[in-house]
Design a protein around this ligand. Structure first.
Ligand code: G3D
Ligand code: MG
Length: 279
């Protein structure tokens, strides 16, 4: 059976942090074109598929791109209504955009919905020579709210898919799907990067462990990645292969052999999508 649900998410943050660019990269896989001017404050749709036991769950993500100006109080308040999740976007090259997440954007989100899932983004991560704050500063804020964060680039595509999949997963996990075993979403077509594969395996391991908010399992994965010599920023195929093996060793401590093998196999399949010539 195919179940379809619709959920609204917001992209919030100061002007020119890259909100519109991130949406366009995720939805059309493009960074520069005329589309940008026209989608200004519109709603963009994207369907994300999940496996839900024997069923398929189609999440229709309604992505709201909101004006950056912090004085648009009325307009912004109204567009928050009914949101299921929000990105809080800062520009890595401008420190005030990070401070405004704390001072301006987050308090507004919390006013509307206290426990709305949020994901912090440090965008323009491709401009590392121009960084005005560090990853650690973003991590600190995200930790305060018990939320995940990603360094993204709408230009290179770094972590753009992963960030949207993470918010999609968090949004679906709430409410009536809270106890259901959901797969972690992946792009349906196209070649995956090794970074995406390493990230996906991390999430898959957490989900297979039944760890909904990922907090318990992430450190385990990080430890095994380290042991495999896997640099999450620049993973090699060989390191991912090793990591798959090490994670299977860990899983065999608490999962039955069949499940352990199935997990290793699906992770290998993901790796194959990143390294095979054909896509
Ligand atoms: P906004 O929607 O948050 O206001 P935009 O921001 O998406 O309009 O982006 C603002 C500017 O930043 C644009 O440049 C855009 O190309 C650029 N930008 C967005 N994301 C990135 C990124 O990840 N890396 C780099 N290098 N630039 C980015 P222009 O020159 O068109 O104003
Ligand atoms: Mg915009």
């Amino acid at each position: 059976m195919v179940v379809e649900i619709k959920r609204k998410i917001l992209l919030l943050g100061d002007g020119a942090v890259g909100k519109t660019s991130l949406i366009r990269k995720f939805v059309t896989d493009q960074f520069n074109d005329d589309y940008i001017a026209s989608i200004g404050t519109k709603v963009t749709k994207k369907v994300i598929k999940f496996n839900l036991k024997d069923d398929e769950l189609n999440l229709v993500l309604l992505i709201w791109d909101i004006l950056g100006q912090s004085d648009f109080k009325g307009v912004i308040g109204a567009s928050f209504y009914g949101a299921s999740g929000a990105f809080l976007v800062a520009d890595m090259t401008r420190r005030p955009t990070l401070e405004n997440l704390k001072k301006v954007w987050l308090p507004r989100v919390k006013q509307v919905a206290k426990d709305l899932p949020v994901v912090f983004l440090g965008n323009k991560a491709d401009l590392s020579d121009l960084y005005a704050f560090r990853e650690k500063d973003l991590a600190e804020i995200a930790d305060t709210y018990d939320a995940p964060y990603f360094l993204t680039s709408a230009k290179t595509g770094l972590n753009v898919n992963m960030a949207f999949y993470r918010i999609a997963y968090d949004v679906v996990k709430k409410g009536r799907f809270v106890d259901k075993k959901l797969s972690y979403p992946v792009p349906e077509e196209g070649r995956l990067s090794l970074i995406e594969v390493a990230d996906w395996i991390m999430y898959d391991f957490c989900i297979e462990k039944g760890d909904n908010n990922f907090a318990i399992s992430m450190p385990i994965v990080r430890e095994q990645y380290e042991r495999a010599g896997l640099d999450p920023r620049n993973p090699s195929k060989e390191a991912i292969l090793k990591a798959i093996k090490y994670l299977a060793e860990i899983e065999s401590l608490y999962l039955d052999q069949e499940t352990v093998e199935r997990n290793a196999l699906k992770r290998l399949k993901m790796l194959k999508r990143a390294v095979s010539k054909k896509v």
